[in-house]
Unconditional design. Structure first.
Ligand code: MF3
Ligand code: CO
Length: 250
């Protein structure tokens, strides 16, 4: 069942979304050579708590940190630790904040210092694929219209869509119905209705779509060692354009 949020719940999700987006921005500003992923995670946790919210990911299914920080060939769910970021790395940061009984969820991939044009293109295409997708995030369209638009944009740029992980409804639970694949056929899936809140999150590999699960039980990497990027926002379906609840402040 896909829950439709009341106007009160939507207000609460706006607040959770703003905090989550600000936490992502803070993490992005910290991405530079010499910083450890653990330092970024601590700052994210401190910021979220200072806002009166709770990090959504901490202890979720046993996850040990507040942010997922995934570097280079790591796609998602990288566990922050002693790794020191180096010039040229690309760093995916995924954060969630819970306040007022609802979650915000968003992610982006940030450049560490100067990066290669190839890496920047991967970041840009991944981010833009989200915006291509949400052109269909409107009443009257079906869910997989979003998926198909993301897939078309990513694959037309020569990149691959990760299949094993998908976007999702979000609200009182971090992961609600429906699952939102980043691939699929237009015209399929449930009809979109105002009041749905969805986390749309393309995960894009520069090489093949194949993934490998690391022995830490969390980190997901590309199988071929080529790099990957991630971009995510929580959005609200309205009677017009979608509202990005985790919109960057600037
Ligand atoms: N942010 C992820 C998502 O978008 C979930 C992270 S899993 C966690 O669905 F365990 F790290 F929380
Ligand atoms: Co998500």
């Amino acid at each position: 069942m896909i829950t439709l949020k009341s106007s009160h719940e939507i207000e609460l999700m706006r607040r959770a979304g703003k905090i989550t987006a600000a936490a992502r921005a803070l993490a992005g500003e910290m991405v530079r050579p010499g910083v450890t992923t653990q330092e970024i995670d601590s700052a994210v946790e401190h910021f979220i708590r200072k806002q009166g919210a709770v990090p959504s990911f901490l202890h979720y299914n046993g996850y040990p940190a507040s942010a997922c920080i995934s570097v280079n060939d790591e796609i998602i769910h990288g566990i922050p630790g002693k790794r020191v970021l180096a010039e040229g790395d690309i760093v995916s940061v995924d954060v969630g904040a819970y306040i007022g009984g609802v979650h915000g969820d968003c992610a982006a991939t940030f450049p560490c210092g100067r990066i290669s044009p190839e890496a920047q293109d991967l970041i840009d295409v991944t981010r833009q694929s989200f915006f291509e997708g949400i052109q269909f995030a409107k009443e009257g369209h079906r869910l997989l219209d979003i998926s198909a638009a993301i897939q078309e944009y990513v694959e037309s740029h020569g990149y691959s869509i990760v299949r094993e992980y998908v976007g999702h409804g979000v609200g009182a639970q971090m992961h609600e119905s429906p699952e939102i694949p980043n691939y699929g056929h237009p015209g399929r899936g449930p009809r979109l209705l105002r009041g749905m809140t969805l986390a749309i999150e393309p995960m894009v590999n520069a090489g093949s779509a194949a993934i490998q699960q690391m022995s830490d039980g969390w980190t997901v990497k590309t199988l071929d060692g080529k790099w990957a990027a991630h971009y995510e926002n929580t959005i609200l379906i309205t009677d017009g354009e979608p509202e990005i609840l985790t919109a960057p402040a600037i």
